[in-house]
Ligand binder design. Sequence first.
Ligand code: GLA
Length: 712
Amino acid sequence: MAHQLYRLDSRSTTILLEIEPGRSPVWRHFGPRVDDCELARNWQACALLSLAPGAMDRLSGPLLTPGFDGLAQKPTLAAHRGGADTVHAWGLESCTRAGTDSLELLLADARAGLRLEVRLHLDADSDVLSLDAMLHNVGDGPLEVQQFSAPSIPVPHGLDEVGYFNGEWAHEFQWQREKVGAAGWSRDNRRGRTSHQTPAALFALASQTGDHAGPAVGAQLAWSGNHRLDLQRQDDGRLVLLAGEWFAPGEVILAPGDSLRTPALHVVFSAAGMNAVTRSFHALCRQRVVRWPGGRQRPRPVHINTWEALYFRHELTELYELAEQAARIGVERFVLDDGWFKGRNNDRAALGDWWPDPDKFPQGLAPLIDRVQALGMEFGLWVEPEMVNPDSDLYRAHPDWALGVAGRELVLGRNQLVLDLSRPEVSAFVFEKLHALLADGGVRYLKWDMNRDLAQACGGDGRSRYHAQVLALYALLERLRTAHPDVEIESCASGGARADLGILRYTHRIWTSDNNDAMSRVAIQQGALRLFPPEVLGCHVGPAPAHATGRTQSLDFRCAVALFGHMGVEADVRRFDAASRDRLAWWLALYKRWRHVMHHGVIDQGQTPSGAIWWLASDAQTHLLCVIMPVPPDTVQASPVRLPTLATSGAWRVRLQARAGQLRQRAGQHNPWINALEADGVCLSGDELAHIGLPLPAMQPESALYFSLERP
Ligand code: GLA
């Protein structure tokens, strides 16, 4: 077998790999679909790379799995055996098709005693290319792995900007965009959890790429721990993407016969802007990541979460009152947050002692659960199972169960330490405690929190446990899900510090942010929506002023922003006046009417030239459009909102469903357009909506409008 070209095609993407036995596979294309390709008949063209003066004598295109061989491309593997066997050059042993959409490659480096299995899957519908690799140590001695990334991906020429997310507690998913220079771009996450600062996702963009047009590559690493993202400049000017775990020194040592798998890397190419990448990510999440109980997503119930209503003050009569008021306004799931377990009166003690506090709940949680259920709501419970406070019965009994470096001062975060879940007895203990809480079926939902970074995360042998901890967490979650298949789990980590496609395989919701300030939330949700569909993004109506920022927005505006996700309430609704409670109930009812469109439909987003932000959820016959004006508009008159995906879609009746905040107009001004939209609606064609746009009224800051589009 000489050269062969292997291809995979999806709706709009093609990948081409040149395969030659004994050599490393070479990328020939990752990008728009190419149906007609003569490359296999023109191998000479591939050899046109010229040997530059001063260059090495061997050249190739970008490799799928570059080894460390001293040549230019950054390797996917850096490993050694006691300082030797550092040079790796993969030779292909076999390449097989698995179905129509997958390739499985077996590569070996006999000299170094290594084998490598590579899987590529290009999903025919969603255009998501998923890749991973598994390394086998078939040599004689232990192999220390310093770096092991998923197979590399060439970014098409001309995509020289990087889009990514920065963040902080209460300030997640802040979109950044910058030019990648000659030195490339790289980011490490060494916080032990996905982190507020460095979620495992990036976009490569051309300078002209926007939400609706231009080439874009998006990538997400399905991993909830340390990682490294890399865009490395090639000699031909292109960027190559590498993504994988970041390992601490000495963290991964493979004994002979041991294996190591990379997290899956999910990559999307779009010729039609960033929204098309987002559509693919959402489809991936819906079809292949989140596993709903019973295999089907139930309508996402309206939550009330007790945290900002009561904090640690769990008093039964207050909880009953809160539950009653919540049920009255249409809440469907009551989640008892932090403060319920033995001795937990502040954040300085008790993590690890997972049984109801006898002073607060003398008869256990059953009376509260019964009351909540009698009110027609499901009961959910907050836990933070990976953690232990030094001031806890658990720590007093097993101080050695916490991660840390013997002989060094223990590094606390929110007064707590991390349990070494990679020890079977520790995971077994945590499982038993959670199993006991779930045993009688009253608790149907867990808000699973994780409130600190891992630092100096070493086990008793002094070796780092970052990698092992994530795998042990996944195993624990899987065990729990198998034992309690109907229980849904939320991934919270001081808000959205563990939001990734790895954790979403085991959970059903992300607590997007501890910041419920609606103004802050607009940017947070914009960012999060680029990666995850709205049904997994917890969005709550908080109190005013907002606890995270001290700022106040109107109830309507808070509701409008929280509606476009998995809506809930994070406030003491007992303290709302009757009119506010009624108004909140009205918004919750609106959410219930439209959640099926948001939670199954295609999501687009954009911004008008006036500065309004919009989110559009579309199923075949209906659309829900949310237009938000967070700050004073940039123009005197409002620019229309153009909805490019509606081109050639026929006629629509556009109705104004909800208004939050004020229009920018003179007192008493007659506004026939708004009146018509609010009354019977206005008929417009998809072409008009796409190319001319829906005329909008001028909007005041902190205002929002919800429109429905239905067939006339
Ligand atoms: C974290 C979470 C919050 C809340 C508190 C409880 O900060 O993000 O939502 O559950 O812990 O301690």
